[in-house]
Design a protein around this ligand. Structure first.
Ligand code: TXE
Length: 475
């Protein structure tokens, strides 16, 4: 059984089996679930270790993060296979995600040694002003299952780089990746207790992190419903919180778009990683002049996609992550049909050689933006095609959503592309590119109901993981 990491020790707990969504007869491993006591012990260990880590040299922080990044990169094939076996994205996607996690640690290793702070002359005579940054304390990190290496990496790396300690709670579906990452971190030279792993349920481990006054800040990625709970708990304790939640991301296709490019962007955005990305495009808004041609080509291409075992060489779309998510996808197919949307392809559970949660990519056509399939995050390979009269109507439909994570447009018109860039209500805008697939060295995050509390990734990540102090020196 793989155990939790508390104060530098591997601690046992109730064992929980984790199975491969491509083949549920394959047990990935058995992982200990932390209870309230173990979670509290992790918080205490993190609190004890934090003071020294806050004053560790930046060289020490650089070395630890660089070690973690290098090992992830060196073992990307092996760990990518574990990721695909556990989460269900294809092997190339799994390997690419581990590599990305490696680069994230290396980026933040350099952030640790980057010059920080500002000097300013006072408006008063004889005074120098210094603006410096300090660690926040113990960070509770609550992560989802859909990027089981990259999302933990982009929270843990900046937290450690800026002198915080961490209690990391991964999603129940992906303890294997979390444990593998924790095992590498445990050998990176960090003092015991600076990084702790507490696997287990949201209601036990997650809730304990939310409620404990020794946890100074919470970084969360997951559903909007849980996000709201997290925000309430943080507001109650008056601690900083960072939330990345869902999306209902639009991709606009204008009459003047390069048709093949637009279809490819839609296929990648809607279906790759089995549609289980917060940046996936689930609303494809197409202007009238190109609607019929785009629709026919998209449906043809969706039908050609090869769904199968995540580790098989020819698979393009892996399984859905688990039975609950599969039920959710199937339920939304029924909802779409009952709302009058027309299902042009897919939307069925598929039977394959292995017993897995396989689901055929679905395209609903002739939808409107009031339908639930166009308003609620489904988190599966299901796209709703929505016709629009012209660019103005397409933009207004694109923005008519409670979410605001990523927003895309395919057009050859610079005027429309630049107008869209300025007017899209989203934290990330993609022009002639899929809505999903982002770089690791620039800010990530959304507006409206998608995000709260400061950007992740890039240099802006430090805003959440540090407190600013302004010092006036009268000399
Ligand atoms: O999310 P949850 P789930 C969306 C997507 C998906 C749905 C459900 O629509 O179908 O959410 O996924 C922890 N206190 N996204 O159930 O429950 C939980 O253990 C503290 C979109 O996995 O939000 C896990 O570690 N923590 C999203 C994390 O919260 C709690 C990615 C997320 O779980 C908790 C994932 C509690 N009371 C899901 N309850 C995206 N947009 O990227 C749960 N958790």
């Amino acid at each position: 059984m793989k155990r939790n990491l508390v104060g530098g020790e591997w601690v046992a707990g109730d064992g929980h089996e984790n199975r491969n969504p491509s083949d549920i007869s394959d047990v990935v491993g058995i992982y200990a679930h932390a209870d309230v006591q173990t979670t509290e012990a992790a918080i205490v260990a993190a609190q004890r270790a934090q003071g020294d880590w806050a004053h560790a040299t930046v060289q020490r922080r650089f070395d630890a993060l660089d070690f973690i990044g290098s090992e992830l990169l060196r073992r990307k094939d092996e760990l990518g296979a574990l990721l695909s076996r556990e989460e269900g994205k294809t092997l190339p996607e799994g390997i690419a995600e581990v590599a990305r996690a490696g680069y994230i640690f290396k980026f933040h290793a350099h952030q640790a040694i980057a010059p920080q702070g500002e000097l300013a002359s006072s408006v008063r005579p004889g005074i120098q002003v210094e603006v410096t940054r300090e660690p926040v304390g113990v960070i509770g990190i609550i992560a989802p299952w859909n990027f089981p290496m990259a999302i933990p990496a982009w929270k843990i790396a900046p937290a450690l780089a800026h002198g915080n300690s961490v209690v990391f709670k991964p999603a129940e579906a992906v303890p294997g990746c979390a444990w593998a990452l924790a095992e590498i971190i445990s050998r990176s030279g960090l003092p015991a207790g600076v990084f702790n792993l507490a696997m287990g349920s949201g209601t036990v481990v997650g809730q304990t992190l939310l409620n404990d006054s020794r946890v100074s800040a919470i970084s969360f990625t997951g559903s909007a419903t849980t996000g709201r709970n997290v925000a309430r708990a943080a507001a109650h304790r008056m601690v900083p919180v960072q939330l990345e939640m869902g999306g209902k991301n639009p991709m606009v296709v204008l009459d003047d778009a390069d048709l093949e490019l637009a279809v490819e962007c839609a296929i990648q955005s809607a279906f790759y990683s089995t549609g289980q990305r917060c940046t996936a495009a689930s609303r494809i808004i197409v202007t009238r002049g190109v609607y019929a041609r785009f629709r026919d080509r998209l449906v043809d291409r969706a039908r050609e996609l090869r769904v199968g075992h995540a580790l098989a060489a020819d698979t393009q779309i892996g399984p859905v992550v688990d039975a609950r998510q599969l039920d959710q996808d199937l339920r939304y197919i029924d909802i779409g049909k009952s709302e009058g949307a027309s299902l042009a392809c897919g939307g069925e559970r598929l039977v394959k050689d292995t017993d897995g949660y396989f689901f055929s990519p679905a395209v609903f056509v002739d939808c409107n933006n009031r339908m639930r399939i166009a308003r609620e995050e489904i988190f599966g390979p299901i796209a709703a095609l929505i016709p629009a009269a012209d660019y103005e109507e397409a933009l207004s439909i694109a923005n008519d959503t409670p979410f605001g994570l990523s927003s895309g447009i395919c057009t050859t018109s610079l005027r429309h592309a630049k107008h869209f860039q300025r007017h899209a209500q989203a934290g990330m805008v993609m022009v002639n590119a899929p809505t999903a697939g982002v770089d690791y060295h620039v800010p990530f995050g959304g507006t409206k109901g998608s995000s709260l509390g400061g950007r992740e990734q890039g240099t802006l990540a430090k805003d959440f993981y540090t407190k600013v102090k302004t010092t006036y020196v009268c000399a």
